[in-house]
Design a protein around this ligand. Structure first.
Ligand code: GBH
Length: 457
């Protein structure tokens, strides 16, 4: 056995989000979010469930922190539920909502765990949706007001901030594909949403810095490393479009370029933008979005291999093909492909030059119930994590400034449109009793953290 070590200050942790774990959906003045509304709309969530109770973390955060501590976690990434802080999105602050996150942060710090706070992980107050939601510019203004309230309350103790989780999901998955709340299928609205999410990030960064001296601030993107299925020009073009749609559309403006011209052209051609182009962008917006950040958060789950879907291609949506039958697949139907994480981190370093990178999410859905002895043998997840940690280490050898790694997720939770059927946790949750059982992967992860490295044969 040899130990593949990580740098001394490397940060190991896990991640969750508010709607997926908290429950207590109507307690202490929390307002309705778009996910309450969406998950209670028949047909939207596969198993018909919602986040009303979830992992009951709102009541059990103390024991959850104790469990994290016993597993040696150094950092914890969680999100704040906007409708707990401002139940109708703007205006009157709900002090009980802030109290919860104050207690959570204090508990983490007492346990020696560094909090990373995500301000928006998808639970928009329904009242703001009723006024038009992210397709409207006023939602970006509301986000900045909300940010200021949270940063002022927690900014003395929280020094790591993430404005948004996955702008692609907030905008396109939710407004174009309609798979997430608010469940719209309108490409133009989706593109307007993408701009307002990025704009709200740009406006929020200086607000966080002012309220939280010494803060490290970034944004988290879901990125999709991709490659063409063949060397044909058509496949290459499908790859180009995919990379533009998922990755460059967000990375380019964040790192000081314009929205990608090839994508604007594609969208005009497909009728998703007017012939004048991306008209929601106002003077000064791109400068705001390109605000200097301290890190980029990367959520990585799988790669895409693109083959042109030439006939018919009216909608210009290239097809993802899976060309590696020898690959393993998770229960989400996602290919296991660790080397794409290496390539992604290296590419980000070379093409965009973020000051620092964090893997803010990486993990896998495998459901392995406890055995008769109460042990949860999730060898596939353990192997998945080991191989991805090693791939990330290789990217660091190539110069990628990776500073930490957050496994998704600390515990099984409400997996959005898939409900509770998919389990990403390194801790098993029994939803009947709310018992938590660290899976084998969690016990292995504890040893990785202790050794600050991965044992390989
Ligand atoms: C994250 O999103 C979320 O931040 C988190 O809340 C969630 O629980 C977690 O992942 C697990 O799902 O084209 O079928 O190959 C994941 C974002 C974007 C990842 C789309 C997979 C391609 C799927 N996802 N991506 S596919």
């Amino acid at each position: 056995m040899a130990l593949i070590g990580f740098p001394k200050d490397f940060l190991w942790g896990t991640a969750t989000s508010s709607y997926q774990i908290e429950g207590a959906a109507t307690e202490d003045g929390r307002g309705e979010s778009i996910w309450d509304r969406f998950s209670k709309t028949p047909g939207k969530v596969g198993d018909g469930t919602n986040g009303d109770v979830a992992c009951d973390h709102y009541h059990r955060y103390r024991e959850d922190i104790a469990l994290m501590k016993s597993l040696g976690m150094q950092a914890y990434r969680f999100s704040v539920a906007w409708p707990r802080i401002l139940p109708t999105g703007r205006g009157k602050v709900n002090p009980k909502g802030l109290d919860f996150y104050n207690r959570l942060v204090d508990g983490l710090l007492e346990a020696g765990i560094t909090p990373f706070v995500t301000l928006y992980h998808w639970d928009l107050p329904q009242a703001l949706q009723d006024q038009g939601g992210w397709p409207r510019r006023s939602t970006a203004e509301a986000f900045v007001e909300y940010t200021e309230v949270v940063a002022r309350a927690l900014g003395d103790r929280v020094k790591n901030w993430i404005t948004h989780n996955e702008p692609w999901c907030i905008s396109l998955l939710s407004h174009e594909k309609g798979l997430h709340a608010p469940g719209l299928k309108d490409f133009r609205l989706a593109l307007a949403a993408s701009h307002h999410v990025l704009l709200s990030h740009g406006w929020a960064v200086p607000v966080i810095r002012a309220a939280s001296p010494g803060a490290q601030v970034g944004i988290t993107l879901n990125l999709s490393p991709a490659e063409p299925a063949s060397a044909s020009a058509a496949d290459y073009d499908a790859f180009r479009h995919h990379d533009g749609y998922f990755n460059r559309w967000f990375l380019d403006p964040l790192y000081g370029r314009h929205y990608p011209a090839d994508m604007i052209a594609d969208y005009i051609k497909a009728g998703h933008l007017p012939s004048e182009g991306f008209t929601v962008v106002q003077p000064g917006d791109l400068e705001a979005i390109a605000v200097d950040t301290d890190f980029l958060g990367v959520n990585y789950y799988n790669r895409a291999v693109l083959r042109s879907d030439k006939v018919p291609e009216e909608k210009n949506h290239p097809r993802t093909v899976h060309l590696a039958p020898e690959s393993e697949w998770t229960e989400m139907g996602w290919e296991v492909h660790p080397d794409s994480l290496r390539k992604l981190l290296t590419r980000l370093h070379v093409d965009y030059g973020p000051r620092k990178l964090y893997v803010t999410e990486n993990g896998a859905s495998f459901s392995t119930p406890p055995d008769a002895q109460g042990r949860v043998p999730d060898e596939k997840r353990l192997n998945f994590l080991r191989d991805h940690f090693l791939a990330a280490r290789k990217a660091m050898d190539a110069g990628a400034p990776l500073a930490g790694y957050f496994v998704w997720s600390f515990m099984d939770n409400f997996e959005w449109d898939r409900g509770y059927a998919q389990r990403f946790g390194i801790v098993w949750v029994d939803y009947k009793t709310q018992q938590r059982i660290p899976k084998d992967s969690a016990l292995w992860y504890r040893d990785v953290i202790k050794a600050n490295g991965v044992q390989v044969p």
